[in-house]
Each structure stands twice: as C-alpha cells, then as structure tokens.
Ligand binder design. Structure first.
Ligand code: NI
Length: 226
C-alpha cells in the first residue's frame, strides 16, 4: 500500500523546521547507505547524532503519534528516529531498496523496516525534479507532495529520487517496524478500519458495527506481533 498522509505538520511547524534545517551542518548522505545504495546515493544528510535531527525528529514523532490515518495504516511497533536530507545542484538517489534492518545509533535497538516514510519540508514549486519514484506491481508512482505531507510505502519497494535541477529539496525520511509485518494483511486491516469509521459517521452505533469492530480486533490479535 502506498498512502499519502496530508498535513502531518502544519505550516508553522514546517517553517520552524526549515529554519532549523537551513542553519544545520550537513554531511555526505552516504553515512547511512548500505553497500549497493552507496553507489547510487548523491545527497546531503543531517548526521544522526545532530541536535537539529533529534529536535526535529521529536516534532515529527509527536505529530505522528496523534495522526489517526497514520496509526491505522502503519500500526507501528517501533519507529526509527527520523533522518533529514537535502538534494540540490543535480543531486539524486538512483534506484535501490532500503536495508531490511536498521540499528538505532548508540543503542541495541534494531528496527525491521516494514514501511518507509518521506515527509516533505519544501513546497513542490521550490524545486524542479526531486520526485520520489516508487515501483510496485502496478508500475512506477511519482510522488512530490506539499510541505508537511508524508508518503508511506512498503520498504520492499524499489525506489529512487530523480535529480533536483533547480532549488533545494528538504525532507525527512525514516522507517518503521509494524505490529503486522505483512503488507497484505495490514492493508486489509486498514481498509476495514476506514470502512467501519465511515459507517460510524453515517449511522449511529449498531449491532453490526460492534460486530465488525470485534472482527477487526480479533484479526489484529491474530496477526500482530508485539
Ligand atoms: Ni531509500
């Protein structure tokens, strides 16, 4: 499932984030790349240990914790601390797949990457190129969202970022381990949750809605690992 989540951050949060990002010290993006992706990766990144990455990452995580659409779609168990990157002057990231396991810096915590996220800090008209292109069985999807919006997609997908030929593309990127590892099962649960919530808007709580809610939780109970 590829899902766009609008307005994870509001405009004031985006503006504050951009100010912090523009003043930060950037490093070569290859610090977190695996062997294959290092050949393809040409961008800048905030070091994982940087104060700005920690401060902004906490803002992103707090926003996600109260985002119902994100919670329903991702069913997160562990979220890797958000990282931040910058593409400018023709920089790009060729086609690659993200590493399956990520260790959180300075801790024994390992995160299996079930879902990948990109949260945009630059508006689409601030740069040319810089599309995130995600491949799945239905073809290639180009993603370039408004600042504050985020895309969620399976980490199993091949993906790339096309060259930024004008301006600067600032974004946050990170991964999470879901309570439900299977993208197929997680998608079924998400569809069911959305349908139940929509039904609840249309009719007052009925016996059928209670039953369907029970089925949702009983499926989650069977499929979740915590
Ligand atoms: Ni990637």
């Amino acid at each position: 499932m590829l899902l766009k989540i609008p307005q994870v951050l509001n405009k004031a949060q985006v503006a504050a984030g951009k100010e912090l990002l523009l003043a930060a010290d950037w490093a070569d993006g290859n610090v977190t790349a695996g062997y294959q992706s290092a050949q393809a990766k040409h961008n800048l990144q905030l070091p994982e240990s940087s104060r700005e990455a920690k401060q902004l990452g906490d803002m992103v995580l707090q926003a996600l914790a109260v985002n119902k659409l994100f919670m329903s779609a991702a069913l997160p168990l562990k979220i890797f601390p958000p990282l931040f990157n910058c593409y400018q002057g023709g920089q790009s990231f060729g086609v690659h797949v993200d590493n399956a396991i990520r260790q959180v810096l300075g801790t024994p915590v390992k995160v299996r990457t079930d879902l990948s996220m990109t949260l945009f800090f630059s508006e689409p008209d601030e740069y040319d190129g810089g599309e995130l292109v995600i491949e799945d069985t239905f073809g290639a999807h180009k993603v370039k969202l408004a600042a504050g919006d985020m895309v969620l997609y399976p980490s199993t997908s091949l993906h790339k970022v096309t060259p930024v030929t004008r301006g600067r593309r600032l974004a946050s990127f990170f991964w999470l381990q879901s309570m439900v590892a299977s993208d197929e099962k997680r998608s079924l649960l998400f569809d069911m949750d959305m349908a139940i919530q929509s039904l609840r808007q249309q009719v007052a709580d009925s016996q059928e809605i209670v039953q369907l809610t029970g089925v949702y939780h009983n499926l989650l109970r069977q499929w979740a690992q915590t």
